[in-house]
Design a protein around this ligand. Structure first.
Ligand code: AMP
Length: 187
C-alpha cells in the first residue's frame, strides 16, 4: 500500500498518518518531521531548511526531492508507505512519479482531509500556545495557508484526474476522522 495524505496545514495529517501507519504496519514518512529532526541536530540540511520553515515558505524542491529519494530508497519503504507533507508542488509530483516508475510501482491512493479553513486557523493558533514551533505565529500560520492554496491545493486536481483521491471529512474529533479514513481505505 503506497499512500499520500494531503490537506492544508492543521488538517491533522500527521496524527492521522501515524494511525494509518500503525494500522497497516507501514512507515509514515513526514518531510516536516525529517526537516525538524535535521534542524534540532544542526545538520547542514537543517540549517538550510530552517530559514524557509520559520518563514512559512517551502524548502526548495531540489533539497526536498533529494531527501525524499534517499528516504524512499530505504528498505522499510520499499513496498509500502504513507507520505505526509510530500509532495507539495507540481515538481515534487513529477519527482515522486519518477521514483515510483523506476521501482515499477505506483500510488494506491491520496487521502484528502477536507476541512473548514477558518476552523483550521483556530486549531493552529491553539496548537501554537503549546508547541513551541518557530513557525507557529499567527502571521506565519496565515502565510502557510496561502502557500498551500497556491502551490499544493492544485495537486488534488492532478491526482483527481488519475482517479486516486479519497476524500475524507476532516472535521470533528480525531477518533471520528480516524474511523472515516479506516472505512474509506481498502481492508
Ligand atoms: P509540516 O510539518 O509538514 O507542516 O512541514 C513544516 C515545514 O517544513 C513546512 O512549512 C515547509 O517549510 C517544510 N516542508 C515540509 N514538507 C515540505 C515539502 N514537501 N516541500 C517543501 N517544504 C516542506
Amino acid at each position: 500500500m503506497r499512500l499520500i495524505i494531503m490537506g492544508p496545514p492543521g488538517a491533522g495529517k500527521g496524527t492521522q498518518a501515524k494511525f494509518i501507519a500503525e494500522h497497516f504496519k507501514i512507515p509514515a514518512i513526514s518531510t516536516g518531521d525529517i526537516f525538524r529532526a535535521n534542524v534540532s541536530e544542526g545538520t547542514e540540511l537543517g540549517i538550510e531548511a530552517k530559514r524557509y520553515m520559520d518563514a512559512g515558505e517551502y524548502v526548495p524542491d531540489e533539497v526536498t526531492n533529494a531527501m525524499v529519494k534517499d528516504r524512499l530508497a530505504q528498505d522499510d519503504a520499499r513496498d509500502a508507505f504513507i507520505l505526509d507533507g510530500y509532495p507539495r508542488t507540481v515538481d515534487q509530483v513529477s519527482t515522486l512519479d519518477g521514483i515510483l516508475d523506476s521501482l515499477g510501482t505506483k500510488l494506491d491512493g491520496v487521502i484528502e482531509l477536507v476541512v473548514d479553513p477558518e476552523e483550521l486557523i483556530q486549531r493552529l493558533l491553539k496548537r501554537a500556545e503549546t508547541s513551541g514551533r518557530a513557525d507557529d505565529t499567527e502571521q506565519v500560520i496565515r502565510h502557510r495557508q496561502e502557500v498551500y492554496t497556491a502551490e499544493t491545493a492544485p495537486l488534488l486536481e492532478v491526482y483527481g484526474s488519475r482517479g486516486i483521491v479519497i476524500e475524507v471529512d476532516g472535521m470533528g474529533d480525531v477518533d471520528e476522522v480516524t474511523q472515516r479514513i479506516d472505512a474509506a481505505l481498502p481492508a
